[in-house]
Design a protein around this ligand. Structure first.
Ligand code: ATP
Ligand code: MG
Length: 421
């Protein structure tokens, strides 16, 4: 026998027993987006490699080592999208829906990053993301955070806290950059290889390092908050006011810089201690410069993305169950004429009772084996269509979960009977 083919490392199937958890999440998200007036956008999973290099930044984990990039048959360099923001901006510019407009958009789908697979870190994972365009004021930053807080509440998740920071304007970051470089240079002996490289190219990213041995040194680094421009400071203060008004607790974390280059002013992360090392479930912020950077007209923008696998793991770890719904009715049919009749009977049931879940016995089988299947399906009721029932236009109703006598009901009355049972 030849070796069976396995899924790609870090890319997983969602089996039927798990898909109900995904569907429950997706439903909550759709309802939430409706409630806030956000509209869905769907982007392709593959884009020009350039798009991500120009937006995410050349000196980031994603672009340096995580992208799935390949040359297609035309010789074009393409990349499986590692995140959604760049594609969303690309689509917005391409279709002219950003300039001089307000857009509140959301998307959901698979993302691809070549990382070392572990719990909460996969090579194909899924994000739900939200992007807003055309609003420069911090009220929209607050709305994004309030909306995510409501999402945790809808998902019955409690153990998630908010980390908040501001990166200021490009200019204020430039001022801070020199101070930080000087500080890091004074501690060169503590920097790992990645950080030494970033010291030259993108020193802020050193603050984002996950290297434990560097944490103490990073903690002591000068804070960006002391180098903020006035406008960013006001923006941040207002945002904090709105969050305080709403009773949203947060921790101002000056070390929070985010792994992507395009952020400015507000950045935030929702983190949990319940998932081990992969504790960030949602991350976002403001990225006013990106639309212009990608060739559009300057447009203020803010958004967030959350990792669906991590959220679902958190939900499961908290003991929240989303059981798949069993069928309501199992239609048993025996013999060829019974099958012909039974398939139509089941269709009629579905026509008349759109809310009912009707499972037909397909593939034959003895009365006994059909009964077993009916029971195993989880249905409440088996409807039996044998030769005699067909002859007198009736159906036998057997209650599978209740101690009730079986009954014979006219096929014409069965929908009414099921409604009133
Ligand atoms: P991390 O620091 O964990 O690598 P990140 O900063 O790279 O995260 P973002 O690009 O901000 O992550 O993506 C937003 C969210 O998507 C993350 O907070 C996380 O929940 C999820 N996420 C990111 N990468 C992965 C992955 N490889 N597998 C599963 N979820 C992921
Ligand atoms: Mg990452």
């Amino acid at each position: 026998m030849s070796k069976t083919i396995q899924s790609i490392r870090g890319m997983h199937d969602v089996l039927p027993e798990d898909s109900s958890r995904w569907q429950a999440f997706e439903q909550v998200v759709r309802d939430l987006m409706d409630a806030y007036g956000y509209r869905e956008i769907r982007m392709p999973a593959v884009e020009s490699t350039d798009l991500f290099c120009r937006s995410i930044g050349e000196v980031t984990d994603i672009v340096e080592k995580e992208m799935y990039t390949f040359e297609d048959r035309n010789g074009d360099m393409l990349t499986l999208r590692p995140e959604g923001t760049a594609s969303c901006v690309r689509a917005g510019i391409q279709h002219g829906i950003l300039h001089n407009q307000v857009q509140r958009l959301w998307y959901m789908g698979p993302m691809f990053r070549h990382e070392r697979p572990q719990k909460g870190r996969y090579r194909q994972f899924h994000q739900f993301g939200v992007e807003t365009y055309g609003i420069a004021d911090p009220d929209i930053d607050a709305e994004l955070i309030l909306m995510s807080a409501r999402l945790w509440q809808k998902l019955q998740l409690e153990d998630i806290r908010l980390e908040l920071n501001t990166l200021g304007s490009a200019e204020s970051r430039q001022n801070y950059r020199q101070v930080l470089v000087d500080y890091l240079n004074d501690h060169r002996e503590l920097l790992d290889e990645d950080s030494l490289r970033r010291l030259e190219t993108n020193p802020l990213r050193v603050l984002d390092s996950k290297n434990r041995e560097m944490q103490a040194m990073i903690e002591q680094a000068p804070s960006l908050l002391e180098y903020l421009d006035n406008e960013s400071e006001d923006h941040f203060e207002q945002l904090r006011q709105y969050l305080d008004d709403a009773g949203i607790a947060y921790n101002v974390n000056p070390r929070l810089v985010r792994g992507l280059d395009y952020y400015c002013k507000t950045v935030f992360e929702w983190v949990t201690d319940s998932l081990g090392a992969q504790g960030t479930v949602c991350a976002g912020g403001r990225y006013d410069g990106l639309v212009e950077q990608l060739g559009g007209r300057a447009t203020p923008a803010a958004g967030f993305a959350l990792g669906i696998e991590r959220l679902l793991a958190l939900r499961q770890d908290s003991g929240i169950e989303d059981q798949p719904r069993s069928p309501d009715i199992y239609v048993m049919m025996q013999g060829e004429s019974s099958v012909r009749h039974g398939l139509q009977f089941a269709e009629k049931l579905r026509d008349e009772n759109p809310e009912l879940r009707v499972l037909s016995n397909c593939g034959g089988g003895s009365f006994k084996s059909q009964m077993k299947k009916a029971d195993k399906s989880g249905a409440d009721i088996a409807l039996i269509l044998g030769e005699s029932e067909i002859a007198d236009n009736t159906v036998t109703v057997k209650f599978l979960r209740e101690q009730k006598e079986q009954q014979t009901v006219s096929q014409d009355d069965i929908s009414e009977f099921l409604k009133n049972k």
